[in-house]
Design a protein around this ligand. Structure first.
Ligand SMILES: *[C@@H]1O[C@H](CO)[C@@H](O)[C@H](O)[C@H]1NC(C)=O
Ligand SMILES: *[C@@H]1O[C@H](CO)[C@@H](O)[C@H](O)[C@H]1NC(C)=O
Ligand SMILES: *[C@@H]1O[C@H](CO)[C@@H](O)[C@H](O)[C@H]1NC(C)=O
Length: 481
């Protein structure tokens, strides 16, 4: 440093020579670059100099033979939002987003304003969607938002993402359950083409668009090689299918590459409206992966608004995602009661012994996404127990979660309202109206055998209104009825 300050004429001229050489070779490189690489933002995006991924850097054969387990750092999220909606939907994303752990971006149509600035550090960083007007000077999309959303896949892909194995596209009104997502995606080979997602719950949505597409709100998941193949010819894709909805456009373009949907239960488009509690209280035996359309349904918890509800749900989700919404059923023989617990969300008490085969059907508390005069409305069967004291449940909602010892978690559920029905007479007239709180004890270990139901015992029902339930594995010959 100080010696470099000493003036030396000879060294100076030498340096000038080197500088000249550098300048010339720099110019040459620049010319080569301009000739051979096009700016991905204005061209058909064939080159991605920034992108470094696992497959790109896997010249090391030992590391590709035994790939490391998939973790959160291998997943890149592209969340489609808009400047207008992000003001009130930011809370939904921030409820599940893990800054510095989750990778990805929120895509907006224009720069954020007002109380979105300064940009929240609890949010994913934002990007402004590319202007596609040049692309659509001849062919016009039916709705300009649709190609913008599909083009978002390319915009996410071209970002620098070291080691990315999966691209997950969602909306700003979607909650993703990222621990479960990691566990589910680990089971698929990220080096092969995979297009993963799930159809809508509403029959007509599938009929109108496709029974064979992933719905983008609940999640469109592409393995890295498939995303790479899709973005190669993104302009053709957007122009050819310009008249379609974004999800259908994606499906058609992927089909033309040779990839069809791999349906994965647990992604929930929620093409439903109103009270979702019936749906969330009888979740199928699959890890929950997403919940979309937060604004279309009532708040998940009736005593809270949507933002608070989402945060409240995540309290349970952050402790044990493997059990979240998993329905566990057991019976209290003295009173002829059935308990149905949707872990981390709700508990129902029925004043009658009911079989699991019946209780796993959702109660139709919700409404259809759009007017639909004729059944079937849904891709699943429903129950309508309303007004029948032997069929309608007493409803309790998740209140708190706590790890009480090294191997046990306590979740508490409290009564939301009086059932306003007499007791069920045919099963002995044992009213459950006095029960106000249910304590559920579950193992502190993640549940891996998710395709099999867990069982439980009613440990105690006391006169003060508290019931206690303890989870355990089912016995080999146990019948839950
Ligand atoms: C290849 O893998 C081996 C063993 O995992 C490691 O020691 C080595 O540094 C890797 N080489 C490169 C170039 O990544
Ligand atoms: C339970 O219900 C059955 C009818 O379903 C009835 O015969 C039985 O007496 C009831 N048991 C009690 C303890 O009330
Ligand atoms: C059921 O219980 C209610 C209230 O305790 C009582 O009024 C009613 O007579 C009972 N009905 C039967 C059939 O036992």
């Amino acid at each position: 440093m100080s010696s470099a300050a000493a003036f030396n004429f000879h060294a100076m001229t030498e340096k000038l020579g080197i500088c000249k050489a550098l300048l010339v070779s720099g110019l040459l490189l620049w010319v080569i670059f301009v000739l051979f690489f096009k700016d991905p933002r204005c061209s058909n995006s064939k080159s991605f100099p920034l992108l470094r991924t696992e497959t790109a850097s896997s010249s090391n054969s030992t590391s590709t033979d035994t790939p490391s387990p998939t973790t959160l750092k291998h997943i890149a999220f592209g969340l489609q939002g808009s400047e207008k909606t992000y003001h009130f939907r930011r809370a939904y994303i921030e409820a599940w987003w893990r800054p510095k752990k989750t990778k990805g971006y929120v895509y907006l149509d224009r720069p954020p304003t007002g109380n979105l600035l300064p940009w929240s550090r609890k949010s994913p960083p934002y990007r402004i969607n590319d202007d596609l007007s040049k692309l659509f000077q001849v062919v016009r999309p039916k709705d300009p938002v649709m190609p913008r959303m599909v083009h978002g896949i390319l915009e996410l892909f071209r970002e620098e993402h070291e080691g990315v194995r999966w691209i997950v596209m969602g909306d700003d009104d979607t909650i993703f359950f990222v621990d479960n997502l990691v566990d589910v995606l680990s089971k698929y080979d990220h080096t092969k083409y995979f297009y993963i997602g799930y159809p809508s719950e509403f029959v007509l949505s599938n009929y109108w668009y496709s029974f064979n597409q992933a719905f983008g709100g609940s999640g469109i998941i592409l393995s890295y090689p498939l995303a790479k193949a899709l973005v190669q010819d993104m302009d053709r894709c957007l122009k050819t299918y310009a008249s379609l909805s974004a999800d259908l456009m994606t499906m058609r373009c992927l089909a033309d590459i040779g990839a069809d949907l791999t349906p994965q239960k647990g992604f929930h488009q929620i093409d439903l409206q109103g009270d979702l509690s019936g749906f969330l209280s009888s979740h199928p035996k699959d890890l929950v992966l997403s919940l979309h359309h937060i604004d279309a349904v009532d708040p998940y918890f009736p005593s809270m608004d949507r933002a608070k509800s989402t945060n409240h749900l995540m309290k349970a989700a952050n402790v044990d995602q493997s059990r979240l919404f998993q329905q566990t059923i057991c019976h209290h023989r003295q009173n002829n009661w059935s308990f149905s617990i949707s872990w981390g969300y709700s508990t129902h008490i029925y004043e009658k012994i009911m079989a699991r085969s019946w209780l796993r059907m959702p109660i139709e508390t919700f409404k259809t996404w759009q007017k639909s005069p004729n059944r079937p409305h849904y891709m699943f069967n429903v129950r309508r127990p309303f007004g029948d004291p032997c069929e309608a449940p007493h409803v309790f909602f998740f209140q708190s979660v706590k790890k009480i010892s090294r191997n046990e978690i306590l979740t508490v559920y409290s009564r939301s309202a009086s059932r306003n029905l007499p007791a069920c007479a045919s099963s002995g007239n044992h009213s459950a109206e006095h029960v106000s709180k249910i304590h559920v004890f579950s193992p502190a270990t993640k549940r891996t055998e998710i395709h099999i139901s867990e069982c439980c015992d009613i440990v105690r029902v006391d006169n003060t209104g508290k019931a206690e339930v303890k989870f355990r594995e089912c016995m080999a010959d146990e019948i839950i009825a």
